[in-house]
Design a protein around this ligand. Sequence first.
Ligand code: FMN
Length: 329
Amino acid sequence: MALYTRLTEMLGIEHPIISAPMAFAAGGKLAAAVTAAGGLGLIGGGYGDAEWLEREFAEAQNTRVGCGFITWSLAKRPILLELVLAHSPAAVMLSFGSPVPFAPRIKAAGAKLICQVQNMEHARAAVDVGADIIVAQGAEAGGHGLVRATFTLVPEIADYLAKAAPATVLVAAGGVADGRGLAAALMLGADGVLIGSRFWASAEALVHTAFQNAAIDADGDATTRTTVVDIVRKADWPKPFTARVMKTRFVNEWHGREAELVEPTLVEREMNRYVTAMQSGDPDNTGVWVGEATGLIHDVRPAADLLQEIAEDAEHLLKDKARGHTKVG
Ligand SMILES: Cc1cc2nc3c(=O)[nH]c(=O)nc-3n(C[C@H](O)[C@H](O)[C@H](O)COP(=O)(O)O)c2cc1C
């Protein structure tokens, strides 16, 4: 038995699993490993750095991968879309901002257009621009997002798509880290999942092992949604997006005191502290970008192992369900 869904069919992949285009963390190695294992890997285009993107596409070594952009940031440097399209990506994902200026170009280039959405308004906008795949991202997710939870957002968008755009494929994101999450997402009406945090804790991710170890030690209570990590990085995130990160000493110190982070010398000092600790692998003094799924992460393994296990466990769970069992574990 394999999990054959509308997502595997549309993308021509074996397992209904996409790895998230995590800024700084999802490079070519991770994306290629996920694709080679039967999913689709996305390179994290993030805030847009041409040199970094070229290097990471080279790391993917002609494996069929896609790329994701932070849309409001891409709008500042739209030329980066052309750079990515020149690599014939399988898909381009847009998240956090209006897809209108970029959707036609992506579709005309023959790449699947993936729009990650955080609420119904975004879902309707994604349908309007002709998204091939909509990723419904719940607030459990690591990194940026909004407040709707995966468990209600996914079925609500599934119902909406069934009426408004039945050919559009739906993917669930936010809190999926194992076979239970994939099986549940399919039951909620999704055709597959997009996984970030679990692949962030993989051997191929561009993440310092000290941060991965901090996530392994933490349970799911250890994260929060905040803006302090954006304020100190001077990342100009539009309201109302916030970032889910671990409640490190740095985050605890500033969360709730954002208004104080206006004095230039103070911001400069805290930015240096954040960046230095990010580079040296000091979780206390920076942001550790992982979602609530941190409570389900107990090791760092090759992405192919993780993907295989998630797909197999989901298949077994769904088969047990079909036989009338309710066994989980
Ligand atoms: C470290 C990290 C960085 C992320 N960066 C991006 C990004 O640059 N662009 C984006 O669209 N989503 C980004 N996300 C969010 C993911 O696309 C996805 O929605 C999320 O990881 C799914 O939830 P999960 O972390 O529980 O698997 C990031 C997530 C993480 C954990």
